[in-house]
Design a protein around this ligand. Structure first.
Ligand code: MRU
Length: 343
């Protein structure tokens, strides 16, 4: 099965190599990110995207920026690393994986004794650990979620929580990959995911490449398809899971959850440890990223609304815990009542 690797070190180790997701599915292009601005811009414009993947890219990017500053005085080096950490952290606000990963590197730098070179080596080591751990967590999510996907299941997913969004085989897509690997017949119904079409551009691309049957539907089709009996379960990712189990994920997830509950279809959320935020009590405390109006008004460069009409463009929504059947993490399957205060 051919599963894409969305973020890794360049072969010479001097850059963060990403698949530029803005161009898919028309074009597969790998890009090497070497400067703070390239890293910040790649995260902000969704060249690299998905909660775990932006955490990994942010951490690896910080190590690359530190390496470039290694010849500065100790003070100037520390300032450059701190400023870069701040800029990367602020590139996108909702996924907790980004500050989680950057803060891990900041703590590692603070606990490393020695010169700039020792700190650079420690940062590179920590970023590599984050990548490797994510890969392993994805697989464990797949293993824990596998019993939820018996032979013949029709799974509806929203956005992209697959290999493109992580360092491994994805979160929501991980049980699907493992079910297919085990010879089970799985059909994936993919919401196209307005306005940036992560479902139709990315999820459909990576699943088709892996030989898994996919049907794309417009977002508005999901409730009608559920009503017709065409969906067995919904499986989505998360950008941040609050202590009470409220889930922030791509805008439209809440609608899927409401429709699923109405039609008595289970809604599973899959996420690694890095997506749980015990410090955020509930969904109301999660900052929701607002995207530029032109992502809605000008669909991929073409005017699809009056040019100056006001637009409300939240990138994410919050699904209350009461609509979530279970959360599949690398630690197991969690059923309500959720309490992730100590995660
Ligand atoms: O804006 P995006 O494309 O980064 O949003 C991604 C999602 O909402 C994913 O579902 C989430 O990050 C989980 S990825 C494993």
């Amino acid at each position: 099965m051919s599963i894409v690797e969305s973020v890794r070190w360049s072969p010479d180790g001097t850059a963060v190599r990403i698949v530029d997701q803005r161009l898919l599915p028309e074009r597969y292009l790998e890009r090497d990110l070497r400067t703070l601005e390239e890293i910040r811009e790649a995260i902000a414009t969704l060249a690299v995207r998905g909660a775990p993947a932006i955490g990994i890219a942010g951490a690896m990017g910080l190590a690359v920026v530190a390496e470039a500053a290694r010849d500065a005085t100790a003070d100037a080096f520390a300032r450059r690393v701190a400023d870069a950490a701040e800029a990367i952290r602020a590139a996108r606000p909702t996924a907790v994986n980004l500050p989680w990963a950057v803060d891990r590197l900041v703590r590692r730098a603070a606990s490393t004794t020695g010169d700039n070179l020792a700190i650079v080596a420690a940062l590179r080591d920590e970023a590599t650990a984050i990548l490797d751990e994510d890969r392993a967590m994805c697989r464990r999510i797949g293993e824990h979620g596998l019993p939820l996907v018996p032979d013949g299941t029709r799974v509806l997913t929203h956005c992209n929580a697959g290999a493109l969004a992580t360092g491994g085989i994805g979160t929501a897509l991980a049980p699907i990959y493992l079910a297919a690997e085990a010879g089970r017949r799985v059909e994936v119904i993919v919401d196209e995911t307005r306005p940036l079409l992560q479902g139709s551009r990315l999820t459909a691309w990576e699943l088709t490449r892996a030989g898994i049957p996919v049907t794309i539907i417009t977002d508005a089709t999901a409730p009608a398809l559920m009503r017709r009996g065409g969906v067995d379960l919904c499986l989505v990712g998360a950008d941040r899971i609050a202590a009470n189990g409220d889930v922030a994920n791509k805008i439209g997830t809440y609608g899927v959850a409401v429709a699923a509950r109405h039609h008595e279809i289970p809604l599973y959320v899959a996420a690694p440890a890095s997506t749980f935020d015990p410090a955020t009590p509930d969904g109301d405390a999660i900052e929701i990223e607002q995207r530029a109006a032109d992502e809605v008004r000008r669909t991929f460069g073409r005017l699809t609304a009056p040019p100056d009409v006001p637009v409300c463009a939240p990138a994410f929504d919050v699904t209350p815990a009461e609509l979530v059947t279970a959360i599949v993490s690398d630690a197991g399957v969690h059923y309500p009542p959720f309490d992730f205060r100590l995660s």
